[in-house]
Design a protein around this ligand. Structure first.
Ligand code: 8YV
Length: 314
């Protein structure tokens, strides 16, 4: 008999569904169901695995409703939406999809940075609106070469961003609690990094430990010539303080892929020409989403075949 699994979210390709259904009895739900859900309740006692997205994760209530749960496979690198301690307490495995998304997420960070400092969306609107022949005023942008890029969170993605920005002639510094690989320079604190940097690129994990660590003080230290890029999690930035800093001209510009209450983006941000917004698409390429899906499924297959998990979360 095939193990029964719960597949959460609406992002799974036909190809991936076919692979899942070959090995598992699948129950699909678009989101985490409320207690007493008509689809889940009759099968809940038999669900041995959950395949979920990085954004949905699982809730303690869902875990409590699945007494036979053995493994949660997250299709994403971030596991801030998963109650890790609770799952560990119950001996439930957790896996994620690191590495396969690093390059595309780092590419998006650089794309957002370039789009923001070179004001690409605004220039596109300028041309489309016929402002060029109308000789509407247009000032020059700022260059990246010789500027300091401060990377917050110097793990796989942070280092990949650093490597790319070095290619643009930027000086790299970083901040995270533990020293990273030499020879990049680690600043004394996040505040010090913001103060020393022209550009701050947020690459740290989300969750309680990093909630709102980019606050009004950090944004002021980055300053009116500074640019903030966030491809990490919306939770790491105090969004109200960010809007206020942009409104007051205390922060130069921002390129944002992630938000505190996705998919809701503060309407105040829509008004700024110096802000570039994307809808959480760091890993959203054909190649990376395919690789993530394959890895998420490989973790489930390994578990049920009694093999070592390819990418357990430690
Ligand atoms: C995805 C992500 O949007 O990997 C992550 O942590 O945020 C993104 O790759 C998400 O996880 C899709 O499930």
């Amino acid at each position: 008999m095939k193990p029964e699994i719960l597949v959460l979210g609406g992002m799974w390709s036909q190809e991936l569904r076919a692979r899942l259904e070959h090995a598992f009895e699948c129950r699909y739900l678009p989101a985490i169901p409320p207690a007493g859900d008509a689809v889940l309740t009759p099968v809940a006692a038999r669900i041995r695995a959950v395949l979920t997205t990085g954004m949905l994760g699982v809730t303690p209530e869902l875990v409590a409703a699945l007494p036979a749960l053995e493994i949660v496979s997250v299709n994403g690198v971030g596991v801030d939406a998963v109650p890790l301690a609770l799952l560990a307490e119950h001996g439930i495995h957790v896996t994620n999809t690191p590495d396969v998304l690093t390059d595309d997420v780092a590419d998006l960070a650089v794309t957002l940075l370039l789009s923001t400092v070179r004001r690409l969306p605004m220039l596109d609107r300028y041309v489309r609106a016929g402002q060029w022949p109308a000789k509407a005023p247009l000032g020059p942008a700022r260059s990246l070469k010789g500027k300091v890029a401060g990377i917050v969170g110097f793990g796989r993605i942070g280092q990949a961003v650093a490597q790319r920005l070095q290619g643009f002639g930027m000086e790299i510094r970083y901040y995270q609690r533990n020293p990273g690989p030499a020879p990049e320079r680690r600043s004394a604190s996040l505040l010090a990094l913001a103060d020393e940097s022209d550009v701050l690129v947020l690459c740290m994990p989300g969750g309680a430990a990093t909630r709102h660590i980019v606050d009004g003080g950090v944004l002021d230290a980055l300053g009116p010539e500074g640019t903030l890029v966030n491809i990490a999690r919306g939770s790491v930035v105090d969004e109200a303080a960010l809007v206020a800093a942009l409104q007051d001209g205390r922060l130069g510009a921002a390129g944002l892929d992630v938000f505190e209450d996705e998919p809701n983006v503060p309407a105040a941000l829509f008004a700024f020409d110096n802000v570039v917004l994307t809808p959480h698409v760091g890993s959203f390429t054909v190649e990376t989403r395919r690789a993530m899906g394959e890895l998420a499924v490989a973790n489930l297959l390994a578990h049920f075949n009694g093999e070592p998990l390819p990418t357990p979360v430690v």
